[in-house]
Write a protein that binds this ligand. Structure first.
Ligand code: MN
Length: 228
């Protein structure tokens, strides 16, 4: 007996990320398929392996050597409905700067690759994220142009084992590599843990909107320029 669904094409696996050609063809396969990317980024300062599925289920496996950053990236996966795997080995004996920045770059680059031609996506998204006494907002446009605006003042130099000044470096790196406008603002809050967490959650939710496929536009590029 032939089971329903037998012989159907398997979803594209991690081992075989869709090629650029396949993505840009806009085939039915691609329209319904999962948008994935995997990459390895190695410099003298960091070695990062990252896998991303934009159409995931919020699953994360993150090891950056910075526990609080792991916690934040797990949140990004859950709130962004992404599947995310990150293994980063950085020169943490120097400080956290290279690791945090390069993880941001890798996540941005993977997002750009996974999006492919960007046909049929909403392209822009925003979110207002409360977390108890804290309120943060994020707006993202996957415009192909990199720009990052960060508006916050964090009183604590560290949250857990994370250097809070590197928060801006992370989002700047993401915006640069993804080719995105990323605007983040902390409106108010008391707990520095909540403040940083609310910013990451707002970012993830805004990103989720921006990458979402628009049933009405389907294969249409969300730009009148004809290029994104
Ligand atoms: Mn937390």
């Amino acid at each position: 007996m032939r089971l329903p669904g037998a012989g159907r094409k398997k979803p594209i696996g991690w081992d075989k990320p869709p090629t650029t050609e396949r993505r840009n063809r806009g085939t039915t396969d691609w329209t319904v398929g999962m948008r994935k990317a995997q990459l390895r980024r190695t410099t003298t300062e960091t070695d990062i392996r990252l896998r991303l599925n934009l159409d995931g289920r919020g699953r994360a496996r993150v090891r950056t050597g910075i526990r609080f950053l792991d916690h934040m990236l797990e949140l990004v996966a859950r709130h962004g409905a992404l599947d995310l795997e990150v293994v980063a080995r950085g020169d943490l004996d120097v400080d956290q700067h290279h690791t945090v920045e390069d993880v941001g770059l890798a996540l941005g680059e993977a997002t750009r690759i996974a999006l492919g031609s960007k046909r049929g996506i909403l392209r822009a998204g925003y979110f207002l994220m409360p977390m108890d006494e804290t309120l943060a907002s994020a707006a993202i446009d996957l415009s192909g142009r990199a720009h990052c605006v960060c508006r916050w003042k964090l009183a604590a130099p560290r949250v857990g084992d994370f250097q809070t000044e590197l928060l801006e470096d992370f989002f700047r790196a993401f915006a640069q590599a993804a080719g995105a406008n990323v605007h983040l603002r902390l409106h108010y809050g008391r707990s520095s843990h909540h403040q940083v967490e609310a910013l990451f959650k707002a970012f993830a939710r805004a990103l989720r909107f921006a990458v979402t496929r628009d049933a009405q536009l389907k294969r249409i590029l969300p730009s009148t320029k004809g290029l994104l």
